[in-house]
Design a protein around this ligand. Structure first.
Ligand SMILES: NC(=O)c1ccc[n+]([C@@H]2O[C@H](COP(=O)([O-])OP(=O)(O)OC[C@H]3O[C@@H](n4cnc5c(N)ncnc54)[C@H](OP(=O)(O)O)[C@@H]3O)[C@@H](O)[C@H]2O)c1
Length: 321
């Protein structure tokens, strides 16, 4: 089993006082660890979450550790376009500049469902919600430049239990074909990667760079639709650990590297992968950065088409910021 990649100490001790970051899904798992590390380094962190009470619990827990930075909890439901607009307006009102947006929240393999706006739940939450959020926060990211957008994708953008990651423009929302939770997850995670690639191209020269990451196979609540979380955290934990499952703080390393390293800024659009499961064995050790083995991940025309359709679906019209 390859060793998990670890952020160099100099990045995890950088002084982030005066810098503001937004972390979606910051109440749990990898997002919580990202919030914790950034606050530890002195940053102001906006912990965006749909369950505010859980966000407040996380905030209290981290502040009790005596971090130097501050944490503001803000309500955000990524499965609801109006809620994303409300959240973004509040952020823009209160924060002139943002130095990093970490599009981390996600769901994996839920039963068939729809967002408030009628999108397939995983494509709608994991991709479209973050797409709209990013567009709305661009003015503050521009004010904070040099700034970064980090999309938390997954190695499952390549293949998820045999389902090859692809964007099915003929049936994005699983209205014609039979719903498959893993196929939908792979599509949404490929969309995260393509979104970052296209952002890098579009924002070239603005001082905003973009990256996508695979955080590793991480012990978190993400598994909840596929296995009881308590089972993962108790009886199966030693076995899963032996098989390569890592802890949430280790899962946050790729995000932190993509957010804080000079290498990531100089390679806007790149993909940074923790150890993962890929169709090509040589990719399984991960890499910061790494070439995805999925040919669709390198298709600029596909990324452009996805951008255009996402813009239309979230009702942003033709205005390109
Ligand atoms: N864990 C892994 O092995 C793994 C592997 C590859 C990629 N990832 C990616 O890593 C990211 C973080 O996942 P995690 O492992 O840390 O899982 P997690 O502990 O379940 O965290 C997911 C976060 O997303 C939030 N979320 C879900 N739906 C949302 C919505 N509609 N609006 C706002 N927030 C929402 C969750 O909120 P609630 O607490 O309210 O549910 C939670 O805060 C995800 O994008 C996932 O795809 C994880």
């Amino acid at each position: 089993m390859p060793k998990p990649l670890q952020c160099p100490a100099e990045l995890l001790t950088l002084d982030l006082v005066g810098r503001t970051y937004v972390v979606t899904g910051g109440n749990s798992g990898i997002g919580l660890e990202t919030v914790r590390q950034l606050a530890k380094q002195g940053a102001k962190v906006i912990l965006a979450c749909r369950r505010v009470a859980e966000g407040e619990k996380a905030r209290k827990l981290i502040l009790e550790e005596g971090v130097r930075g501050s944490i503001e909890v803000a309500e955000l439901d990524l499965a609801h376009l109006d809620a994303i607009r409300k959240f973004s307006s509040r952020v823009l009102e209160n924060h002139k500049a943002i130095h990093g947006l970490i599009n981390n929240a996600g769901i994996m393999n839920p039963p068939k469902g729809k967002t408030q706006d009628g999108f397939e739940l995983q494509f709608g939450t994991n991709h479209l919600g973050h797409y709209l959020l990013t567009e709305l926060l661009l003015p503050a990211l521009k004010n904070g430049a040099p700034s970064r957008v980090v999309n938390v994708s997954s190695c499952f953008h390549d293949k998820a239990f045999g389902r090859e990651g692809k964007i099915d423009f003929d049936d994005l929302q699983f209205e014609k074909k039979k719903y498959d939770g893993w196929e939908a997850y792979a599509q949404s995670k490929l969309a995260n990667l393509l979104h970052a690639k296209h952002l890098a191209k579009r924002l070239n020269g603005t001082g905003i760079t973009a990256a996508s990451v695979h955080p590793g196979w991480v012990r978190s609540n993400l598994i909840k639709f596929s296995m009881p979380v308590w089972m993962q955290n108790t009886v199966l934990k030693p076995l899963l650990k032996l098989a390569g499952m890592i802890e949430p703080w280790q899962g946050a390393q790729s995000t932190l590297f993509a957010l804080l390293s000079p290498e990531a800024a100089s390679r806007s659009g790149a993909y940074f992968s923790q150890v993962g499961i890929y169709r090509e064995k040589k990719a399984c050790a991960g890499g910061w950065p790494m070439e995805s083995p999925n040919p669709h991940a390198h298709d600029a025309a596909l990324a452009e088409r996805l951008d255009a359709i996402s813009r239309e679906l979230v009702a942003l019209g033709n205005s390109v910021t």
